[in-house]
Design a binder for this molecule. Structure first.
Ligand code: ADP
Length: 290
């Protein structure tokens, strides 16, 4: 197996270590993310998701264990931590609250400028990043980020992360608080970024988003990996999911409810799949059952 782009080996982390208030947030997490994956990271509130992703780019230092990015152990004595960190772009929850420049263009260019890149290179990266999130640089570049809609602001924040040209994009609840249209638009851009080769880790509470986008799901529970596999396999563990405080994608819940009422319908994770499964069941059902 090729070396994963990003790997955690037995990572543990305790907040306020050594004090009476110590809180053990991660209890030995081992996880590899291969180049080109789109991984959904789920788990109930407090399970350690935010703590874990802050280890991915070295914002937190593990109390135990190793974090390896592109073959580099982030906390090895001579590690070039800054270079390794740059490979992992992290979009925080409600990232638009961190926008601060007068124009969209300046905000998206903030990171590249801080790297000391030439002005032409900065501008080229800003144009590219804005286009990647569906914002026309000519139309949006000169506007104030604060005059935009919530969905547009979130996309400007994402463009700021993309302008650093990361290899791994880590998104913490990227659609939280957005209306359905802005949510769908953002998910489309995430899907397109992944299709262009970016490795994506999507942290979400929304099981429908996982079903729609992820090829692999990791469940965190009480600071440990409770499940790791294909969405279909993980979402088949209904009792475990309930015990972990997680639900099913709506489409999966729907077909299971139909089945519990005697309708012979196949499994589904997305509404498109549920529609196909229900139509197939209707076609196959004997006339008296309809
Ligand atoms: P999630 O992102 O899954 O909601 P977190 O990583 O935020 O989980 O939290 C994991 C655990 O660590 C929780 O018990 C939480 O209370 C604790 N925790 C998180 N941040 C801090 C902090 N800054 N100080 C102390 N404890 C924290």
């Amino acid at each position: 197996m090729p070396e994963p782009l990003l790997a955690c080996h037995d990572v543990a982390y305790t907040y306020r270590r050594g004090t009476p208030m110590a809180a053990e947030a991660l209890r030995g997490v081992t996880l590899g993310v291969a180049a080109g994956e789109l991984l959904g990271l789920i788990g109930p509130t407090g399970s350690g998701k935010s703590t874990l992703i802050q280890h991915f780019n070295g914002l937190l230092r593990p109390s135990r264990g190793r974090v390896v990015v592109a073959g580099q152990d982030l906390w090895a004595p001579r590690a070039d931590r800054r270079a390794a960190r740059r490979l992992v772009g992290l979009l925080f929850q409600f990232a638009e609250s961190q926008l601060f420049e007068e124009t969209v263009r300046r905000d998206v260019g903030y990171g590249p400028r801080a790297l000391g890149l030439e002005a032409d290179e900065v501008e080229a990266r800003v144009d590219e990043a804005l286009r990647q999130v569906g914002l026309d640089p000519a139309r949006f570049g000169g506007r104030s980020p604060f005059a935009l809609s919530g969905g547009e602001m979130r996309r400007v924040a994402l463009a700021g992360v993309l302008a650093m040209r990361p290899q791994v994009l880590v998104l913490d609840e990227p659609t939280a608080g957005l209306d359905p249209r802005a949510r769908a638009e953002l998910l489309d851009h995430i899907r397109a970024l992944h299709a262009r080769g970016l490795t994506v880790v999507l942290v979400t509470h929304n099981m429908d988003e996982v079903a729609l986008l992820a090829r692999r799901v990791v469940v965190l529970h009480a600071g440990q990996v409770a499940a790791d596999g294909a969405p279909r396999a993980v979402f088949a563990r209904e009792d475990d999911l309930r015990a972990w405080g997680l639900g099913l994608p709506q489409a999966a819940a729907l077909v299971r409810r139909l089945r519990s009422r005697g309708v012979r319908v196949g499994d589904a994770l997305t509404f498109a799949e549920a529609r196909r499964a229900i139509l197939a069941a209707a076609r196959e059902a004997p006339r008296g059952d309809r």
